[in-house]
Design a protein. Structure first.
Lengths: 337, 337
DNA sequence: CACTTGCGGTGAACCGGTTAACCTTTCTAG
DNA sequence: CTAGAAAGGTTAACCGGTTCACCGCAAGTG
């Protein structure tokens, strides 16, 4: 229908040159009040909005930031469908970005080389990595000199990118300490991979708590992944069958829910048969039955902080890593031994 | 660090003109095998990826689609954090889009005029509306002739945009019928606004089921919104206090969870004290305790369908509305009267 | 009164691609 | 042997903005 108006049309309508229109709209050079008014009027009437693809070309800034999510089965669906952690994060990021006039592009990318070409193609001004990615990626990104902020990653991998973390060690400690003070001594730590820095930190925290209580390090049980209900369910089934432990520390609330369900299906009860402690404190965690004892991390705050940090980095400022505090939230899924 | 390579550099390196490079890369004109090889080689070595902002400018296509979410409190957070329905949808959309070489831009827009300028600024090739928006928006969009596909909206509003729906009437019917055949006759329908076409359809379905069973139309109870745990909790609290009804039909699984929790907190049990039936069948619905009886809509399928439809519309094809089937999933949150 | 200065504005190059029009060579056919 | 077509490239205009260099004119200066 209507064609979008261009700057040329606005210029003609206002009887000035393209340059003047640009100066007026960007407030980037002195223009007399009267012409300014004429230009603005014309722009308004034509419903003019500058074409960012053209602007990006000259300014070399797209005002878009890429938000990169981990893939499960070649798709971000795995993560977004199962674990609302990411959703809470994304919404916070979207909000902060919009407030700073950035649009966000959402993607899960498969092959490392896709990252580079994505950034190049879209001229992304910055990148937000949600979670841990293969190490090579960061180096690759670094070599193209694109601002980035990392969430939930540790220094060993970051190539000096600023990161936003939580205090995972403390989280692990809080979880273990809570269980210990409820009389548990047969505690198991559910883990996908203790080499993952996040899990490693949490595990360190657990160990420290147990040590402080004069107990040996916790047992470790392998899980398929840290995000899904199903992997929790599977773990829960085994734990309930073996009956070797009285408490389990799970990597996420989502997984905790799976464990609890498995215990239930096996005929057991939470926390009577198995105390379960989650991680994250998702929205739903206070509503499920039993509600989840969990380590709360302020997800929204983390997302906001990361986005703000990215904005500053894109503006050329130096930024330091930041650590968000965690907190133990005691609810119904854990109990006295 | 490294500057991104431009087509000019590739051309020089390969000893040909910019045009030739473009022809080779887009396979849009005959070029001899030998030159083609040289060009590809040069492109590879320089890690060249065409700049989409430049491409968009000439082709007048950005290969980006905008995904628009409803706002709660000026942010999409409200919806993404509470109700995973949207997340499941978005992931499906992202996947399908990527497969078709489109990137997605995520946004919740506040004022109607923002939509227009957003589309213009970003040169969006198409729009996906998730949910119902103020009527004026669609007209506005229509006037700019941008392809769009609507999800969960009904004709009265759509200005002839193709839409992807579920059979809400049937959903309502299935829910009511299930309850009736379990002996319930004091059923309440939880609703935000019966003028909302989605809710209206579901309510129609309920009424039909009750009528077919020789019962009067169901009572209606007002809820704050259809998406949040909290609005369910509030409703549940009241319902349990009044004890006038034996079963409630909720607008979403999220809300259902809130209801169940409220009953629990009041000292009651689900389904013994109140049968609760949800809508959506989210991932978590089979894991919570009690697991939710619900009307399943294949969310992922809906998202995929909608994205595919949008791709076709953007390619100039005519498209018809589509309706996805729903299905009753019986679990633990409903029981015999 | 001639000479700078400042104001308000314009022209044109440029960003990085695409593509229509055109130009050489070489091949084919009459 | 020559006209015409096909093959393989190149040139240059264009997309819609931004911005640098420059320009005309009125006001200020010595």
């Amino acid at each position: 229908m209507e064609k979008r108006a261009t700057i040329k049309e606005v210029a003609e309508k206002a009887g000035v040159s393209k340059a003047t229109v640009s100066y007026v709209l960007n407030n980037t050079k002195k223009v007399s009040e009267s012409t300014k008014e004429r230009v603005l009027q014309a722009a308004r009437e034509l419903q003019y909005a500058p074409d960012f693809t053209a602007v990006s070309l000259t300014k070399k800034k797209s005002r878009m930031i890429g938000v990169i999510l981990p893939l499960i089965n070649e798709s971000i669906a795995g993560i977004m469908q199962e674990n609302t952690y990411y959703n809470e994060m994304i919404s916070a990021v979207e909000k902060t970005s919009r407030e700073n006039n950035y649009d966000i592009l959402l993607a899960g990318l498969a092959r490392p080389e896709d990252y580079r070409s994505w950034v190049q193609k879209r001229r992304l001004d910055g990148l937000l990595f949600l979670g841990l990615f293969p190490e090579g990626i960061y180096r690759e990104m670094h070599s193209m000199d694109v601002p980035a902020v990392l969430i939930d990653t540790y220094e060993s991998h970051t190539e000096n990118y600023p990161a936003v973390n939580i205090d995972d060690e403390k989280g692990g400690w809080l979880a273990a300490d809570h269980l210990i003070s409820n009389g548990h001594d047969k505690i198991v730590f559910l883990s996908v991979d203790l080499d993952n820095p996040v899990e490693k930190e949490r595990f360190q925290g657990c160990k420290r708590a147990l040590k402080e209580a004069g107990l040996p390090p916790p047992a470790v049980m392998k899980a398929e992944d840290i995000h899904s209900f199903e992997s929790g369910y599977e773990a829960g089934r085994q734990l309930f069958k073996e009956k070797k432990y009285t408490a389990v520390i799970s990597g996420s609330d989502t997984t905790a829910l799976g464990i609890i369900r498995a215990v239930h299906d096996g005929g057991g009860k939470t926390p009577e048969d198995l105390s379960v402690i989650g991680f994250d404190d998702l929205r739903l965690s206070r509503y499920v039955i039993p509600s989840l004892t969990t380590i709360r991390q302020h997800i929204e705050k983390k997302g906001t902080l990361a986005a703000e940090k990215l904005v500053r980095v894109m503006e050329g400022q130096e930024e330091q890593p930041e650590m968000v505090d965690v907190e133990l939230i005691v609810r119904e899924s854990t109990g006295k031994r």
